[in-house]
Design a protein around this ligand. Sequence first.
Ligand SMILES: *Cc1c(COP(=O)(O)O)cnc(C)c1O
Length: 378
Amino acid sequence: MADSSRIFLSPPHMSGAEQAYIRKAFDENYITTAGQNIQDFEKELCQKFSANYAVALNSGTAAIHLALRVLGVGTGDEVLCSTFTFVATANPILYQGATPVFIDSEPDTWNMCPEALEKAIQERLQLGKKPKAILLVHLYGMPAKLDEVMNVANRYDIPVIEDAAEGLGSTYQDKALGTFGAIGIYSFNGNKIITTSGGGALVTDNASLAQKALFLGSQAKDPAPHYQHSEVGYNYRMSNISAGIGLGQLGVLEERVQQRRKIHEFYQQALSPITTIHFLPELPGGFSNRWLSCITLDPDQTITSEKLRQALERENIEARPLWKPLHQQPLFAGNPFYGGSVAENLFNLGLCLPSGSALSPEQLEKITAVILKQFRSA
Ligand SMILES: *Cc1c(COP(=O)(O)O)cnc(C)c1O
């Protein structure tokens, strides 16, 4: 049973335009992984984000997996990867039999630290192993330090995959996240800023990478009248139904970004009396979609982020800790890690507040009232 009184962290928010595209797919009987919606969705992704090629897929995880495949990441290779992220960023590295080498965050954007990245590259090179790729995450929609990271990547000639799953609609110097590296990936999972019910996409300016991703993601069928295969492929294509939902959602992406940014501003205003609560400001040139509004608390306070989370939960409000760094996950025990305790501290001190673009002013008031009350009664 759906619980209509619960305030969720980041639920889907339909525009109303989706069903016409779904109906069209039904009318034309293009229900599976071919059809006009897919073509139009890819075209619109390219136009909106100024990418040459887009491949619509059935998840962001699939997009990351294909990105690694087309860049030639295989068994025994190393991939430099942001530690402060959702596990879906790094799982595809394991699918390929490769090893994630985790890089800490810097405190200004919470994303990959360029200095730790360079140190990792130098040390891996000294060990005789050139990393195959850099998997750079733009967490919670906040652009990473792109100039610095791209600079390091270019200096050592290592391709960058941008995990912009949470960064759809964010820009750095007016350029869409996902279009700085060799390949960018997006997610349209139900909790992201827009959704296709479940889906993802890979974008690139490189024709052969795009072609190869499409080939591998559609079961790697060699050109022949019968089914002929010489490489392992995947069933990763987006369905024409999902693409229809995506078309209805892409039309309101800018609106969704503005709504989420407004929510972030509201929290900042409403919680400003509590001087131990902090928000992450944008750096010059950085424009965040504010996918999730996150706070961090000062250390050693009576009111911890977990106390706040529990207080909100008692009122049927969903809040969530920041991502637990991957280098601290049992799954990645023993993997190399470069950096200090930036990501670890964020995990210990942070909390994601409800950020859905359909949140009403009353719901926002309720959420902040619960938080303020914790501090007043402390
Ligand atoms: C959601 C997410 C993914 C995975 O996308 P799916 O579409 O759920 O497979 C990857 N990376 C990050 C940072 C995400 O938040």
